[in-house]
Design a protein around this ligand. Structure first.
Ligand code: MG
Length: 392
């Protein structure tokens, strides 16, 4: 097994939308293509990109991680059964990196990890979800994955009517559960912001026949404890699907306090980028394995090699993989959800194109999606994304 070539590029995923913390008008993504040869005449090219919410990492890729990957020996790249050893490549890429302070190197490594898994599955002529089920779950893959439509972003001039129209489009596409941003009115006193958000939430709930279990709300880490508790008290009777990232993602003690006072499901984790950070959340964040949702995004957090460590850590702490619903709305996490039996996956039907979304010919039916039988992650079956990746 050897790395024949690694190419990288930077592409915009700019959009006029904003959540409570950032606007996305200058957002970029790294894309990579890695060609691998297995030494027996077979070659495959795997593709990777970074998930939304973090910027492209061309410097880290060019200066450290691509040269280390290119310098991998055959032994480091070849597993005992002769397959591409992604974990071996991962270890080589992380050589001379100190522990802790993960920063955005986890994004750069995640891009390469995604491409390596795509190549590994292609070399075995299998979809990635099938490869994962075969390796880690005795061949048992889920038939489909639960997905929900994430949207409800703020953009200039968007009122409640436009929000409801957007959610109506998601239901029309086959989704049953939707998510909207809240807490985005900057500088507004809590009482006024809450009033405004409750009006937005009630309008969407009306569309959902008043069923709170079909609506999640996302704060993007903007609240302090006072606001989180005030919103939580107002949400409690609504029985929402979950209350997402109410607090700073690294403030575990405050999460624990909120969880003492807010009984319904909480969700967080999309901004924790390592198994160690995830473990700190589990140890100290007061989250409850019978109801809360963990949203670690494998693409942003060192890839699937690290995500497997995170799932192992969760099992040791009594958490089922079904509590995991990764952030990002990309095909990589969807393969992982189906292959490893997660609780589902996020989806962005209208934003973060072309990286968000799934294979072009796989419709959403009753809030679930099936996987195509395409070798690798399935990028070639997603027309808009393939148009970008094939140019690499
Ligand atoms: Mg979120």
């Amino acid at each position: 097994m050897r790395i024949a070539s690694v190419r990288q590029g930077v592409v915009p995923i700019s959009s006029a939308i904003a959540n409570a913390y950032i606007d996305f008008s200058k957002m970029t993504a790294s894309v990579v293509a890695i060609t691998v040869e297995d030494g027996a005449g077979k070659r495959a090219t795997g593709y990777g990109f970074n998930s939304n919410g973090r910027y492209a990492q061309p410097g880290l890729l060019a200066e450290r991680f691509i040269p280390r990957l290119e310098a991998c020996t055959e032994g480091e790249l070849t597993a005992a059964d002769g397959s591409l050893d992604v974990a071996g490549a991962w270890a080589a890429m992380m050589r001379n990196e100190k522990p802790g302070g993960h920063g955005e190197r986890s994004v750069a490594v995640g891009v390469l990890d995604m491409a390596l898994w795509d190549a590994a599955a292609k070399l075995e002529d299998k979809p990635l979800w099938r490869l994962l089920a075969d390796r880690f779950r005795d061949g048992e893959a889920d038939e489909s994955a639960w997905i929900y439509a994430a949207g409800g972003y703020y953009y200039p001039g968007k009122g409640v009517d436009a929000l409801v129209e957007e959610m109506k489009r998601y239901l029309g596409l086959g989704y049953t559960t939707v998510k909207m941003k809240i807490g985005g009115a900057p500088g507004t006193p809590i009482r006024d912001a809450l009033k405004e958000d409750l009006a937005r939430i009630e309008a969407v709930l009306k569309l959902l026949d008043g069923d709170g279990s079909r609506l999640a709300v996302d704060v993007n880490g903007r609240f302090g404890l006072h606001a989180a508790l005030a919103y939580g008290a107002a949400f409690e009777p609504l029985k929402l699907r979950w209350y997402e990232e109410p607090l700073d993602p690294l403030d575990y003690a405050t999460h624990a306090t909120l969880a003492e006072h807010y009984a319904p499901p909480l969700a967080t984790g999309e901004n924790l980028f390592s198994m160690q950070d995830a473990r700190n959340l589990i140890r100290h964040g007061g989250l409850r394995p019978d109801r809360d949702i963990l949203q670690f995004d494998p693409a942003l957090s060192y890839g699937l090699v690290e995500y497997l460590r995170t799932l192992d850590m969760l099992a040791r702490h009594g958490w089922s993989p079904r509590r995991c619903v990764p952030h990002g709305g990309h095909q990589f996490a969807l393969n992982i959800a189906v292959g490893l039996g997660l609780g589902g996956n996020e989806s962005y039907p209208e934003v973060f194109a072309p990286f968000g979304g799934f294979a072009s010919d796989t419709p959403v039916v009753d809030g679930r999606i099936r996987m195509p039988e395409v070798p690798g992650i399935g990028f070639e079956a997603k027309n808009d994304l393939w148009a970008v990746l094939k140019d690499l």
